[in-house]
Design a protein around this ligand. Structure first.
Ligand SMILES: *Cc1c(COP(=O)(O)O)cnc(C)c1O
Length: 390
């Protein structure tokens, strides 16, 4: 039934809990950690991921990602770590994309050696780069597209075909695209993970994660999830349900703003390079267009030589230099100091994360105001650069 509904209807209604007692317009919140045995055949308990609010929101996530099942977690990393540990054991090997969210990369590098799980990071993001790393004991291929912070695009169909031909499981981090712009399961990817802290939450006030996949894969994830205990409080589940009601409106506004801002930056003499999949100059524009419905609100760019990226960010007045992304407010940061700070200089250089790279999460403000803020910050940093030369 839900498959036939439009995405805005899914966002607004799927999984809502009817308030039979008072006929309220929104889902009631059930905060109980204790439920009578005879109420359901499965025992309800928050860490079993089966409270009324958890189950309701899981249905919405599943519908949004065209999946059979969904599950909500206490953070994006809880969703990612639980999912990886559900399908990998000692002696197994995973092929991981090189351009990856820093936290995921840290999790793999810091924890997998303890469990005897082998891993290889790819040298690039072409399908052949993944194929080159596959070994006899490879079980999982893990991708992220568009990737953080370089906005590279990985071929969903190509990766899925490769993995299927070798009997491997595919997992994608779909956080940057959001389910509005990209539905990887339609291209044959097995499991979709999200940091719901980003676009799904969208207001920089919820830390959460989500997974969508088949019922069979979800049973395996659930069996590990209940051991690890990364469940989200029902109050926050309810907050996330509320946020997702406006997901399409927010993401479409961010898509529109980002496209205009990417063009503005690409044509600006003080900007050296813009990485945005919606620009025709992006090396994978055609691929992005073939697998995305919108190009998203994330981009990165470099200032021209001699203009200091940190001074530029300090001079911003409307755009907030801050961690995290995908909120309704525009934010910028330097990945080499933050998300990719734990990597070695060599690793950073190999994926293009330089000191002058700025990651830009485009918000829903009026684009003229965002442009004006960038212009005045550029003027300030140029003035400063000139004074230093004198
Ligand atoms: C933020 C983020 C994560 C981690 O999510 P948390 O909610 O912070 O645990 C994973 N992947 C991507 C792409 C992210 O941006």
């Amino acid at each position: 039934m839900t498959k036939k509904q439009g995405i805005q209807t899914i966002c607004t209604h799927v999984g809502e809990i009817e308030d039979t007692q008072f006929k309220g317009a929104v889902s009631p919140i059930y905060m109980s950690t204790s439920y009578q045995f005879d109420e359901v055949d499965v025992r309800r308990y928050p860490r079993s991921f089966n409270t009324p609010n958890q189950e309701g929101l899981s249905k919405k996530i599943a519908a949004l990602e065209h999946a059979e099942a969904g599950m909500i977690f206490a953070s994006g990393m809880a969703a990612i770590s639980t999912t990886l540990l559900a399908f990998l054991k000692a002696g197994d090997h995973i092929v991981v994309q090189n351009t990856l969210y820093g936290g995921t990369s840290n999790f793999i590098r810091e924890q997998f050696p303890k469990y005897g799980i082998e891993f290889s990071f790819t040298k690039g993001y072409e399908v052949a780069d993944f194929e080159a790393e596959i070994k006899a004991n490879t079980k999982v291929v893990y991708i992220e597209t568009p990737s953080n912070p370089m906005l590279t695009i990985t071929d969903l169909k190509g990766i899925s075909d490769l993995a299927k031909s070798k009997g491997l499981l595919t997992i994608i981090d779909n956080t940057f695209a959001s389910p509005v712009n990209q539905n990887p399961i339609d291209f044959g990817i097995d499991i979709v993970v999200h940091s719901a802290t980003k676009y799904l939450g969208g207001h920089s006030d919820i830390l959460a994660g989500a997974v969508a996949c088949s019922e069979a894969h979800m049973r395996e994830i659930w069996s590990v999830a209940k051991n690890l205990g990364g469940s989200l409080s029902d109050f926050m589940v309810w907050m996330l349900e509320r946020s997702i009601k406006t997901l399409v409106l927010r993401v479409k506004a961010q898509n529109r703003n980002a496209k205009k801002l990417a063009k503005f930056l690409a044509n600006h003499k003080d900007i050296k390079e813009v990485n945005y999949p919606g620009l025709k100059s992006h090396p994978q524009y055609a691929l992005a267009k073939s697998q995305m419905k919108g190009f998203g609100g994330m981009m990165s760019f470099e200032l021209q030589e001699g203009l200091d990226a940190l001074e530029f960010q300090k001079a911003l007045k409307l755009i907030k230099p801050s961690m995290s992304l995908a909120g309704v407010e525009s934010t910028m940061l330097s990945p080499y100091l933050t998300s990719h700070g734990l990597m070695s200089q060599e690793e950073r250089d190999s994926i293009g994360v330089t000191a002058s790279l700025i990651r830009f999460s485009v918000g829903i403000e009026n684009k003229e105001d965002i442009i004006q803020d960038i212009e005045q910050a550029l003027a300030a940093v140029k003035k400063k650069a000139k004074q230093e030369v004198l």
